[in-house]
Ligand binder design. Structure first.
Ligand SMILES: CCC[C@@H](/C=C/S(=O)(=O)c1ccccc1)NC(=O)[C@H](Cc1ccccc1)NC(=O)N1CCC(N2CCOCC2)CC1
Length: 220
């Protein structure tokens, strides 16, 4: 396993987005994953619509929450994803105005990825960014660095947020830990949150349950 890998350097990750005051994190996690899969397969980076999922994915609950696995199925059933520019984000539940002729990306299926973090890293290098569920307790007060909250402060069984792993690394931590392994996670709370919108979290001990619900779409 290479010591670090970052899909942002390969041009398959769109700029950090902001879900606003709508519980649509699950939709951003899925569009981020599909954007990556499509870019890797077709060599073109498209920004895809979260609002289409918020409005049209009836397996989920729009601004009141959702699950990546439901969203992949809904995208297959709907017929595909439209561009962000064709179906712009409104941060509220609206009436579905999906248009089949505007579909840019179709899914053939989706996969669940093992919870072994070394294997998740291998999968990521071979296939692309990974959609995950995580307990966001430690993210609400995150100001940068490598987050490694104590288990009782970030229950790995209470997943409540959908985000996207885009890479991993090891920090040369001078004083305490020599090589601190971490994940690089794209959040959807805007660029002013965390490290320009990103979250680095300890890699290797199931911190905040980040390894327990890893998944990806398979695009046409
Ligand atoms: C109210 C929804 C909030 C939203 C994220 C909002 S958020 O703004 O990113 C945030 C998260 C944490 C702290 C603060 C802010 N969370 C979700 O959508 C989370 C995301 C998630 C959870 C677990 C695994 C993967 C992804 N999902 C959920 O909240 N839900 C999952 C589906 C569930 N349905 C119940 C009825 O039967 C069908 C399923 C509804 C709640």
């Amino acid at each position: 396993l290479s010591p670090s890998f970052d899909w942002r350097q390969k041009g398959v990750v769109t700029p950090v987005k902001n879900q606003g005051s709508c519980g649509s994190c699950w939709a951003f996690s899925v569009t981020g994953n599909v954007e990556g899969q499509y870019a890797i397969k077709h060599g073109q980076l498209l920004s895809l619509s979260e609002q289409e999922l918020v409005d049209c994915d009836d397996l989920d609950e729009g601004c009141n929450g959702g699950l990546p696995d439901n969203a992949y199925r809904a995208i297959e059933q709907l017929g595909g994803l439209e561009l962000e520019s064709d179906y712009p984000y409104e941060a509220e539940n609206e009436k579905c105005h999906f248009k089949q002729n505007l579909v840019k990306v179709e899914l053939t299926s989706a996969v669940n990825i093992t919870s072994n973090e070394t294997q998740i890293a291998q999968w990521l290098v071979q296939n692309g960014p990974v959609a995950i569920g995580i307990n966001a307790n430690a993210m609400q007060f995150y100001m940068g660095g490598v987050s490694h909250p104590l288990k009782f402060l970030c229950n790995p069984k209470n997943l409540d947020h959908g985000v996207l792993i885009v890479g991993y690394g090891t920090s040369r931590y001078p004083l305490f830990h020599r090589n601190l392994p971490y994940w690089i996670i794209k959040n959807s709370w805007g660029k002013s949150w965390g490290e320009q919108g990103y979250y680095r979290v300890y890699r290797g001990d199931g911190t905040c349950g980040l390894n327990t619900m890893a998944s990806s779409a398979v695009v046409v």
